[in-house]
Structures are given as structure tokens and as C-alpha cells.
Design a protein around this ligand. Structure first.
Ligand code: FAD
Length: 288
């Protein structure tokens, strides 16, 4: 490898200056678990490399009156253990707590996962159901806030431009009756890339489900909201029968998303187990 200039900013202000100075072939990196894996031991070159790993503000999780702010450089282990994440967003704690291995969870960041935007990544399906927004630090133009759904495009692409870094993830605090959960299926229990990852958030009001959000990951070029899945839950009681019906709808979504992929019949059947996990988690969290 060869790197002409390496910036290791310690504050957000220093990061903005470094971003504004990026020239030529430049990369923003964090834990490098994906960045180096993608280069696969081969020679690579960067004119400018900017690390966000030591930016103090980006390593913090802060509770505000109306939202939780998670710095992009927070590692999965930190997010999974955080008391506010566990209290308000246990679905995100589920997702971060199951990423890779302890080594990956101690090194890989939540921001790196979103910037990498792998179709099988666990952060996107979990965070979409939490109505997440992201703050982009731009060396020249200042901060830009967008919905996460608009930030991630397809197959490893985002709207980030040269001279920009993902700085924060913003999660509006949920209503008291809103619960969320995440579940994934892989080949092994640990260090496994998801074959399916699914998240749900919903409110339980007068005994029925209201305003559900359902996402499906690892079955398309990007995790997506399932409107049909949400419709199967809206107005229904939080029961096994309702989630059986949801599983049938999501099986149909998978068939539609990857009709010719050879793993489709397996994924179409396996979604039932993932939905069953979600049912039990949501039922427990909703206390019904
Ligand atoms: C063995 C192994 C197992 C894994 N298991 C899982 C798993 O179970 N679930 C899962 O979801 N992922 C998994 N991953 C993927 C990966 O670890 C995570 O996506 C991780 O969170 C990436 O974070 P990072 O800080 O290491 O990113 P990096 O590798 O540093 O960066 C990843 C990409 O994002 C860019 N980038 C990083 N941070 C920023 C930023 N703040 N702003 C702009 N661009 C940025 C980099 O340029 C690069 O393109 C695994 C990876 C490995 C190697």
C-alpha cells in the first residue's frame, strides 16, 4: 500500500479541516474491517486517507430530549451495551450485538457499516425501522442531515461525495408503546453473513398493532421496507396467527425480490423462523 497523506483528526473541527483538504484518490476510514478486507491483501494507493476512528465527538452516544445521537465512530460493542440503546432501541442492540465476532464488534463501527452499505449488512434493516436520520460532515459546506433511507443507495453505494464523512446517526425517541426487534439468519451462529436479516418496529394500541415498520435485508441489492409486511400487521393483535400471516407475506416478498436466485426457495422457507424469533421478542418487549 502507499498513502501520500494520512489525517488522524481528534475533534470534529479537525475532521472538517481534513475533509476540506482531501485531494486526488481519497478515502474516509474508521475500523478498516471492511476497507482492508475489500483490498484483500493486494497493493492499494490513496492520495489522502482520513480516519474518523479517533474523533472524540464521533465516539459518543448522547441522549437529547427528543432523540438519541450515535457518533459514526462508535463500535458495535459500544452501541450494543449502551444503556439508552438498550432501553429505547433494543432492536439495534440485537443487531450490533450479533455482528461478526468480538474482534469485529470491538473494531467495526456503526458508521462504517452504513457507509459500506453491503446488501447483507445488519445495520440498515435495523436502523430503517427506527426512522433514523444521518448527519454528513462536509469539509466545505458544513453539516447536511438526510433520512437514512435516502442516504443508502444500492450495492455498496451511498450519497456521500468526496470530502464528506458520515458523522452521526440520529434516532427520534420512540413513543412509550413502541417496540422494536431485529433477527438474522446465517450459516453459523457466529461470524456469519446474513442470509436474511429482518427488523420490525410497531406500537400496540388498544390491543392491536399500529404504525408497523417492517424491513427485509440480504434479499435484494439493498434492505427495503416491506409495505405488504406492514399491511399484514396493521390493526391486528400481536399474536402468533398474525405473525404466521406476516411470514407468508414476506415469503412472497422474497420470491418477488429474487425470483431466479438459487437460494430463493431456502430463503422463502427460512423467513418463517426469522419471523417467529421477531414475534417472541416483540411480544416480550410489548408485555402482551
Ligand atoms: C469477519 C467479518 C465479519 C463481519 N460480520 C458482519 C456482520 O455479522 N454483520 C454486519 O453487518 N457486518 C459484518 N461485517 C462487516 C463490517 O465489519 C461492518 O460493516 C463494520 O461495521 C464496518 O465498520 P468499519 O469501521 O470497520 O468500516 P471501514 O472498514 O473502516 O469502512 C467501510 C467503508 O465505509 C467507509 N467509511 C467508514 N467510515 C466512514 C465514515 N464515517 N464516513 C464515510 N465513509 C466511511 C470506508 O471508506 C469504507 O468504504 C463483518 C466483517 C468482517 C471482516
Amino acid at each position: 500500500m502507499s498513502v501520500n497523506v494520512f489525517y488522524d483528526p481528534r475533534t470534529l473541527a479537525e475532521l472538517r479541516t481534513a475533509l476540506a483538504s482531501m485531494e486526488g484518490e481519497g478515502y474516509v476510514v474508521a475500523g478498516c474491517t471492511d476497507f482492508l478486507a475489500k483490498r484483500n491483501g493486494k497493493y492499494w494507493h490513496a492520495d489522502t486517507l482520513v480516519s474518523v476512528a479517533n474523533v472524540a465527538e464521533l465516539k459518543e452516544i448522547t441522549l437529547h430530549e427528543d432523540r438519541l445521537t450515535i457518533g459514526a465512530a462508535c463500535v458495535h460493542h459500544q452501541v450494543a451495551r449502551n444503556e439508552y440503546v438498550r432501553k429505547y432501541f433494543p432492536g439495534l442492540a440485537d443487531a450490533c450485538g450479533n455482528v461478526g465476532s468480538p474482534q469485529i464488534r470491538n473494531r467495526g463501527t456503526i458508521g462504517g457499516s452504513l457507509a459500506n452499505s453491503s446488501p447483507a449488512g445488519d445495520m440498515l434493516p435495523a436502523l430503517l425501522t427506527l426512522d433514523a436520520g444521518v448527519v454528513i460532515a462536509d469539509g466545505a459546506e458544513g453539516d447536511i442531515t438526510v433520512k437514512l433511507d435516502d442516504f443508502v443507495q444500492e450495492n455498496g453505494k451511498t450519497i456521500l461525495r468526496p470530502g464528506q464523512a458520515l458523522a452521526f446517526i440520529e434516532l427520534p425517541l420512540p413513543k412509550e408503546n413502541r417496540v422494536c426487534a431485529f433477527s438474522k439468519l446465517g450459516e453459523r451462529a457466529y461470524v456469519t453473513i446474513a442470509k436474511i436479516n429482518t427488523a420490525i418496529s410497531l406500537e400496540v394500541e388498544d390491543g392491536v398493532i399500529r404504525r408497523p415498520l417492517v424491513t427485509l435485508g440480504a434479499v435484494a441489492r439493498r434492505s427495503f421496507f416491506s409495505a405488504a409486511g406492514a399491511a399484514a400487521l396493521e390493526g391486528q393483535p400481536l399474536t402468533e396467527a398474525t405473525f404466521d400471516a406476516l411470514a407468508a407475506v414476506l415469503a412472497g416478498e422474497i420470491e418477488k425480490a429474487i425470483p431466479t436466485r438459487e437460494t430463493m426457495p431456502y430463503k422463502r422457507a427460512a423467513i418463517r423462523g426469522v419471523v417467529d424469533d421477531l414475534y417472541h421478542l416483540l411480544k416480550e418487549r410489548a408485555g402482551v
